[in-house]
Design a protein around this ligand. Structure first.
Ligand code: HEC
Ligand code: HEC
Length: 233
């Protein structure tokens, strides 16, 4: 890029960074550097771990989620997706009563959001305990924090697979692995996913192609959950 153009972009990014209230300045990202209050953002892994202590109470130390599947898995999800959802909680575009006290600016700054979402995105979770699980109780507990358990759901897996392949795979990936800001539906807690579909149908949370979701019967949904619950096997 021509130096004067680069300078111009950097200046635009700086201006945008100052002018944009709250959210991640998009223009700044496009210019190559994310700006926070006019300063380039630099990842701080120690701060990420510090912020993660707040999230761990519900989402687990390594973001495996849990609480009977109420708290979603965050570990290994795309950082941009996670940050965008966090911003939606902040602005209340997406409702999340339990997280309100943790999402407000005073508690979690923009630096914190970018740090913790990057930290989470780099975690690799397992879906099965390792063969050599330590005998010691504490050590075993540490290993199990990395293990995401998705119990099987009853239903017709083949029918669920056909439903998914036709209507969901184009965005959520052939094996439900997700793509950038289209989150994975594989290896995600089913009770959490069910709650999200309820929110889409009631209009509490936005989703594309709502008509397709509305057209499904309870049996279709049961089959879909059955299929999704086998994807991490
Ligand atoms: C008091 C419990 C609680 C705490 C603490 C908490 N969360 Fe959450 N979080 C939830 C719940 C419940 C949901 C699911 C809300 C829903 O059903 O839409 C959620 C959802 C999310 C999602 C959306 C995931 C997705 O797939 O769309 C993100 C991102 C998230 N939390 C990030 C965080 C981060 C980062 C922290 C720490 C700063 C945190 N949460 C702290 C309860 C909590
Ligand atoms: C046109 C693309 C597209 C299609 C098709 C699509 N989705 Fe999505 N889906 C998305 C996007 C984008 C999001 C994230 C929405 C947001 O930003 O809050 C999402 C989110 C979700 C979530 C919430 C996941 C989470 O971690 O919070 C569920 C559940 C979901 N979709 C189910 C489905 C199902 C079931 C189908 C098939 C019937 C489907 N989607 C088809 C784009 C799509």
């Amino acid at each position: 890029m021509r130096p004067e153009l680069r300078l111009g972009l950097a200046f635009a990014a700086l201006f945008w960074g100052l002018a944009s209230p709250g959210g991640t300045p998009v223009a700044a990202q496009e210019a190559g550097a994310v700006m926070i209050k006019g300063k380039p953002y630099v990842y701080d892994p120690d701060n990420a771990k510090d912020v993660m202590r707040t999230c761990a109470g519900c989402h687990g130390d390594l973001g495996a989620g849990g609480g009977g599947g109420v708290y979603p898995r965050l570990g290994g999800l795309n950082a941009d997706y996670l940050a965008e959802q966090f911003h939606k909680f902040k602005t209340r575009e997406r409702e999340n009563i339990p997280m309100i006290p943790f999402a407000v600016d005073r508690e979690v700054s923009e630096q914190d959001v970018l740090d913790v979402t990057r930290f989470l995105s780099e975690i690799k979770l397992d879906t099965k305990p390792p063969a050599d699980l330590p005998a010691d109780g504490y050590a075993r507990l540490q290993v199990m924090k990395r293990v995401l358990v998705i119990p099987h759901e009853p239903g017709d897996v083949a029918a669920g697979k056909a439903f998914f392949a036709q209507d969901c795979a184009p965005c959520h990936g052939r094996n439900g692995e997700g793509r950038v800001k289209r989150p994975p539906l594989a290896a995600q807690h089913i009770p959490y996913l069910k709650a999200q579909v309820e929110s889409f149908l009631s209009g509490k949370r936005g989703h594309d192609d709502l008509e397709i979701l509305r057209a499904k019967t309870p049996a279709d949904w049961a089959n879909l959950w059955a299929f999704l619950s086998t994807l991490q096997d």
